[in-house]
Design a protein around this ligand. Structure first.
Ligand code: DCP
Ligand code: CA
Ligand code: CA
Length: 356
């Protein structure tokens, strides 16, 4: 299940006068001079060509009269928790994958009856609509990758059921980019070997995919044939990540502190990348001789996965403590307000290493 136009739908629910209007949640457009991006927009705004991730200035050119709203992350977080609690109640096993998206394993509750699975989905959709005033789209299929594609298939307020016997024909005509995990670079490469739709993937011998993609090729083959079988599993979403260092001897030399800070920032970024999370808050911890400890943090306007931002934010937070001449015992960096990135299975990074 995936909530429809999540941020803007929450905004319209809070302020019903926005219903039916093009609503854009994101950076301040500043009459066309704004520099941030669109986080999400209502389906009315999508009809005008506005898209998530677009520069807000572009959105403004497309529709200066749209309703532009700065994101209210804490509200979205609370609404997400409530929706997820409802959805969880309909599942044997539940796996939340992002703020507005989850997999529900209903194998046991539907006892192999696809009509039953459909009924469960309709009940869940009704419950979410009645209780939280939001619509979502649901895909029902024998595995996660097909279910995810099916959920995207008809939006908003969709319900797409793909029974096992129909999986191959359902997937065949869809572009390879419909597969979560096939990013722009993978798509470009597949394009270069003449693979455009999932049907083209289905026609490739598995060993060719393995030749091109290594282990990922096995997964890709499974996805194309609707045979991927990664189980639905409860996962605890990470809330924050931190890294710190205690100096062997308290140090006066702040260039040493700064050097360590950049090592810690790279380490954190590496861990974020491998766990596939983005962050919105960067903080530091500094401890002087005699254990006087201070923490500082800063919230960014958007979620990001950028490496340089961790260090630049940490450095600017550290400025406050410069020039006080005190000896530093420990330095730490943390990132919090984490949000999982959606392409959970294969990244373009994997493809790049393959070609090196
Ligand atoms: N989001 C964001 N920046 C992006 C993409 C998404 O901040 N580039 C946020 C805003 C979205 C939320 O995550 O509302 C969920 O993302 P989805 O990709 O599920 O998109 P929506 O829910 O907005 O729309 P859809 O109806 O297509 O699912
Ligand atoms: Ca969504
Ligand atoms: Ca989503």
């Amino acid at each position: 299940m995936d909530i429809d136009s999540f941020y803007p739908s929450v905004e319209s629910r809070e302020n019903p006068s926005l219903r039916g209007l093009p609503v854009v949640v994101g950076a301040d457009p500043k009459a066309g001079r704004g520099r941030g991006v669109v986080a999400s927009c209502s389906y009315e705004a999508r009809k005008l060509g506005i898209r998530a991730g677009q520069p807000i200035s572009r959105a403004y050119r497309l529709c200066p009269n749209a309703v532009y709203i700065r994101p209210n992350f804490s509200l979205y977080g609370k609404v997400s928790e409530k929706v997820m609690r409802i959805a969880r109640g309909f599942a044997d096993n539940f796996e939340q994958v992002s703020i507005d998206e989850a997999f529900l394993d209903v194998t046991k509750s539907c006892g192999g009856d696809w009509g039953e699975a459909r009924k469960i989905a309709l009940l869940m959709k009704k419950d979410i609509r009645d209780t939280e005033g939001l619509t979502c789209s649901v895909g029902i299929a024998p595995n996660k990758s097909t279910a995810k594609i099916a959920a995207e298939f008809e939006k908003p307020d969709g319900l797409t059921v793909v029974e096992p016997s129909r999986v191959l024909e359902f997937l065949r005509p869809l572009p390879v980019s419909a597969i979560t995990g096939v990013g722009p670079k993978t798509k470009e490469f597949l394009d270069s070997i003449g693979v455009k739709i999932i049907g083209d993937l289905q026609a490739l011998p598995g060993k060719d995919l393995v030749k091109h993609f290594g282990k990922t090729g096995v997964w890709l083959w499974g996805v194309a044939h609707g045979l991927e079988e990664i189980p639905v599993r409860e996962r605890t979403l990470m809330k924050s990540l931190s890294a710190e260092h205690t100096f062997e001897r308290d140090v006066q030399d702040r260039s040493q502190v700064s050097l360590k800070l950049s090592e810690l920032a790279s380490k954190l970024h590496h861990r974020l990348q491998s766990a596939r999370y983005q962050y919105r808050v960067v903080g530091i911890k500094i401890r002087f001789t005699h254990f006087q400890t201070y923490t500082r943090e800063n919230t960014l306007p958007n979620y990001t996965q950028d490496k340089a931002t961790i260090l630049s934010e940490a450095r600017s937070l550290l400025k406050e403590f410069e020039g006080n001449g005190r000896e530093v015992r420990l330095i730490g960096v943390h990132v919090s307000d984490l949000e999982p990135m959606e392409e959970a299975q294969i990244g373009d990074a994997g493809l790049e290493t393959w070609f090196k």
